[in-house]
Every structure is written in structure tokens, then in C-alpha cells.
Design a protein around this ligand. Structure first.
Ligand code: ATP
Ligand code: MG
Length: 252
């Protein structure tokens, strides 16, 4: 069974621009999917649809077979009334970290597990400290986000997403706000999660990383999937001219 499935997703803004045109993606347990494509191709919109931040116009969404959204008879998306359980299946890491600035690092990690998932404070703190240890941030538990570097903040954001014990993690350009050295730190963490068979969907402009870490690469342009497949094939020897053009902008 697929951990996450998007079927025939359509989305336009203000009824004008077709940002997503009939996109379908299924992600298997333990699979790492990288999504690449030019600016404006709809990558973030797709992640926002998958994580219930943006409503789809048409199409379906399910997590581990549980339906979050489906088409009515007219082909328009309707959402399940109660999405609380669905939200517990996924985590999301943004480009700009989005930590709570007025909470310590530890509180950033324990807040949702306690207030949303209903775990005990003691349990949540044990998990949080394990995750901080794993991210090399054990000594930062009592710091506030503004006291951390960008790379450290992003590692806290990843730990915060993992603290909810999601089935699947989405990343939207997790390194694009970071300089090259800090980018390396974050890619290392994601690489480690991939080795541990965490299911992940990663929107990235890091082509070498996508090629090395992903099980599958999806190239999007103009709201459609132009091609997808084995990273070495899609990035190394793309079938489609549009993919070739896009990749020629990156020195590999
Ligand atoms: N809330 C919105 N209202 C109107 N238009 C939007 C909105 N969000 C996105 N768009 C438009 O949808 C298109 C796709 O945007 P999206 O952010 O998904 O692209 P992207 O592939 O993530 O690009 P980038 O690589 O620059 O992050 C763009 O043309 C954008 O202007
Ligand atoms: Mg984007």
C-alpha cells in the first residue's frame, strides 16, 4: 500500500492560471522521491496540496489507504470532515525553518506531541532529546531559535517534524536559504534519514544530492510531470528535451 497517494490533482489560482494539471504521484514505504523543476512549475503548490495547506480544485489524496480527499460526481475535490488523523501521517519542513521564535528548542519539539498528539510531557521530552542528540544539537535544547545558525535551525525543524513520528516527511527546498557549508549539514541529515528508510518527498535544486539519495526523481514543468524515473537516468540521460534544457543550467 502507498504511504501517500495523490490522484489527478488540479489546481488553479483565481480561476485563471492552471498551476497543477492532472498530477498523480504515489509514494511507497521507505521510498525517497526528489521533485525537481523550474521556478513556478508548481512544486511547492503540489507539496501544499499533499499537506492540506492548499485546497485542490480536483483530485484525490490518501495516506496509507485512508482517504483525505476525493472527487465528487462533478469532478470537484471534497475533503474528509475530520482530518486530524490524516495530519498525523505527515511532517513538513520548509525552506525558512518556521520555528516558533518564542519557544526554546526543546519546547519547539515537545509542543505538538503534547498538545496535538496527546503524549505525556515526559515522553515527549525523551523523544525530543533523542532527536536533538541525533541532529548533533544536544547542547542547544534551552536555546531560542534566534541563537542558532541557519543550519542548526533547519536541523531543529527536521527534529520537530520527526518528533510527531510521521509516516512520511515532505521537504520544500530545505537548503535553499543556507550557504554551501550549512547546506552540507542538512543534506547529511537527510541522507542519514534515507539510510534509515524514512519515506520522504524532497523538492530540491541540489541535483547531485537528488541523484545520489533519491530512489526516484520527478521532473515537473508547467504544472505537469514531464518525466520521472531512476535518478541516474532522469538526471544523467533525460529522455525529454525540456528536462535536458532544465538540467543544462546545473553544473554536475
Ligand atoms: N497563493 C497563490 N496565489 C496565486 N498564485 C499562486 C499562489 N501560489 C502559487 N501561485 C502561482 O503558482 C505557480 C506555481 O507556484 P509554486 O510556488 O508552486 O512554484 P514552485 O515550482 O515551487 O517554484 P519555486 O522553485 O520558485 O519555489 C506560480 O506561477 C505562482 O505564481
Ligand atoms: Mg517552491
Amino acid at each position: 500500500m502507498k504511504v501517500m497517494e495523490l490522484n489527478n490533482v488540479r489546481k488553479s489560482f483565481n480561476g485563471e492560471l492552471d498551476v497543477l494539471k492532472d498530477i498523480s504521484i504515489g509514494v511507497e514505504q521507505g521510498e525517497v522521491v526528489a521533485i525537481i523543476g523550474p521556478s513556478g512549475s508548481g512544486k511547492s503548490t503540489l507539496l501544499r496540496c499533499a499537506t492540506l495547506l492548499t485546497e485542490m480544485d480536483g483530485g484525490g489524496l490518501s495516506y496509507s489507504g485512508e482517504k483525505a480527499a476525493w472527487n465528487d460526481e462533478s469532478g470537484k475535490t471534497v475533503y474528509a470532515r475530520d482530518l486530524k488523523k490524516i495530519r498525523s501521517y505527515f511532517g513538513l519542513v520548509f525552506q525558512n525553518f518556521n520555528l516558533f521564535p518564542h519557544y526554546t528548542v526543546l519546547k519547539n519539539l515537545t509542543d505538538a506531541p503534547v498538545s496535538v498528539a496527546g503524549r505525556s510531557k515526559a515522553d515527549a521530552e525523551v523523544t525530543a532529546r533523542e532527536l536533538l542528540d541525533k541532529m548533533g544539537l544536544s547542547d542547544k535544547a534551552d536555546c531560542y531559535p534566534c541563537q542558532l545558525s541557519g543550519g542548526q535551525q533547519q536541523r531543529v525543524a527536521i527534529a520537530r517534524a520527526l518528533a510527531m513520528k510521521p509516516e512520511i516527511l515532505f521537504f520544500d527546498e530545505p537548503t535553499s536559504a543556507l550557504d554551501p557549508e550549512l547546506t552540507g549539514e542538512i543534506l547529511k541529515v537527510i541522507r542519514q534519514l534515507a539510510q534509515e528508510k524514512m519515506t520522504m518527498v524532497i523538492v530540491t535544486h541540489e541535483m547531485a544530492f537528488a541523484r545520489d539519495v533519491a530512489d526516484r526523481v520527478i521532473f515537473m514543468d508547467g504544472g505537469v510531470i514531464v518525466e520521472q524515473g531512476d535518478p541516474k537516468e532522469v538526471i544523467g540521460s533525460p529522455r525529454e528535451e525540456r528536462t535536458r534544457q532544465f538540467l543544462s543550467r546545473f553544473a554536475n
